[in-house]
Write a protein that binds this ligand. Structure first.
Ligand SMILES: [Zn+2]
Length: 462
């Protein structure tokens, strides 16, 4: 049988790799234009104005009244037009915001089984943007967003960026998993300029020490006003800047996303680049969820999302306890996410934030429910960020379960790394994981990333 033509043709990625740089730039800009049609087309400025962050300074009761009204509208549309919700939502409108708790939650598995059951039947399929998450546990997830939801998500983000003095449209540098250079390439450039975003898109896949100076030069040469993207990338460059000395590229701020970051790492980036660093939290499905203020608290973007923190049984956690972030998006009624279990853990603040914002705040994002070690005696141990604290001169680390009873702590050493301090790290790991778990540590030059180029602190590689 003849091989279908489509399989004999080179893939998009192969074509991209073969193309000369000017053609690559055209290809990247064509894709950017396609995305912009979903994200920022039409009267976008008015939409950004609707997401003015001044809203988060209003009394909480006022913010919640807005959320309740939006939820009622959203639920009514979902019950009428969206197959999954038609079958699962009760007919009565919510009386209070707390009544949201009576609705069923949405698990990723349900979405994976039938993604179109979560899309309005009134919407032509060609108006949908099929999005994929890389699925850190190895199971990718496809979901759909329409223009309305995408534009609202983008407007909420752009309004926040502007509030931090970093408006969209000013030149910027971004690190992320976007594919801009062949993985195997060992000579710069590992970046590409995207005209329509005015963005130097930098590859997160080529961040090896010999290339750090090249990256910094490229950012300087692009005369960008601010930075965005993976904090692990900015952190590696920050360490390099501090070691080598010399002036870093002048940036107004760096707004990080997509990965976790520790307060220590955040402080290192701020010190090296001499500008504030704000970490943001969101998911592909829901969009922006919460942004850090200058007090390092994550304020929920109440204009676009309703957040609950739940325990394993689905009940609200006690104040100060970590709970799973369950999010209801207010971004659009055609592709609704109602009580979506994100798999991320967070702790809510219980006192008012000194920054003056009245929206609820998360004290910390504790990583993902998937980021845990399973001990031989059957326990699940997450939140291992304290394990490496006793180590001296650790630049980055990763705790990897490589067998049922074996854990490896991978360490990227700094110049002042003290191998003797690792005994205390191993002892700390034993305290959390029990004596039945073999724990060793190893020195590595670079930590393995996910397929999307992200760094995760705890991984299982069984
Ligand atoms: Zn605050």
């Amino acid at each position: 049988m003849a091989v279908p033509l489509i399989r004999r043709l080179p893939t998009q990625q192969q074509l991209f790799d073969l193309a000369p740089p000017p053609v690559r730039r055209v290809l990247v800009n064509l894709e950017a234009a396609r995305r912009e049609w979903f994200r920022r087309h039409g009267d976008y400025r008015a939409l950004v104005a609707r997401h003015d962050p001044a809203f988060y300074r209003r009394p909480l009761a006022e913010q919640e009244a807005y959320q309740l009204a939006e939820l009622r509208r959203l639920l009514e549309g979902a019950r009428r037009d969206v197959p999954h919700y038609r079958a699962s939502l009760p007919p009565d409108p919510l009386a209070t915001l707390a009544d949201l708790r009576s609705l069923p939650t949405l698990e990723k598995g349900m979405l994976r089984r039938d993604p179109f059951a979560f899309v309005s039947e009134r919407l032509p399929r060609r108006q949908l943007w099929a999005r994929k998450t890389s699925g850190s546990t190895g199971t990718p997830l496809t979901f759909h967003l329409d223009r309305e939801a995408t534009r609202h998500q983008q407007a909420a983000a752009d309004a926040m960026l502007a509030a931090y003095g970093c408006p969209f449209g000013e030149r910027r540098a971004r690190f992320s998993g976007a594919y801009v250079a062949p993985y195997a390439r060992t000579t710069p450039p590992f970046w590409i300029w995207i005209d329509s975003y005015r963005q130097l898109q930098c590859s997160a896949y080529h961040l090896a020490p010999p290339f750090f100076d090249h990256y910094l030069q490229a950012i300087r040469a692009a005369r960008v006003a601010y930075g965005t993207g993976y904090p692990s990338a900015w952190y590696l460059l920050a360490c390099h800047v501090l070691e080598r000395g010399g002036a870093p590229p002048g940036l107004r701020a760096i707004i990080t996303d997509s990965e976790g970051v520790s307060l220590d790492q955040q402080a290192v980036i701020e010190h090296a680049f001499g500008c504030p660093v704000y970490q943001t939290y969101g998911t592909g499905e829901i969009g922006q969820v919460a942004w850090q203020c200058r007090e390092r608290r994550y304020h929920v973007l109440t204009r676009i999302v309703v957040i609950e923190l739940l325990d394993a049984a689905g009940n609200p956690v006690a104040p100060g306890e970590a709970g799973e972030v369950v999010a209801t998006s207010l971004a659009g009624a055609n592709t609704p996410f109602i009580r979506y279990r994100t798999g991320d853990l967070a702790i809510a603040a219980t006192d008012p934030c000194p920054c003056g914002l009245q929206s609820p705040a998360l004290l910390s994002i504790e990583g993902r429910l998937d980021d845990y070690i399973q001990t031989p005696d059957g326990r699940t141990v997450g939140r291992l960020s304290h394990v490496t604290k006793p180590g001296r001169g650790i630049r980055e680390s990763q705790i990897a379960q490589v067998a049922r009873d074996q854990v490896v702590i991978r360490v990227v050493p700094d110049a002042d790394f003290d191998p003797a301090s690792m005994a205390a790290v191993v002892a700390a790991a034993h305290r959390y994981l029990g004596a039945g778990m073999q724990v060793r540590w190893e020195r590595v030059e670079r930590l393995p990333r996910t397929r999307a180029g992200k760094l995760r602190h705890v991984v299982r590689e069984l």
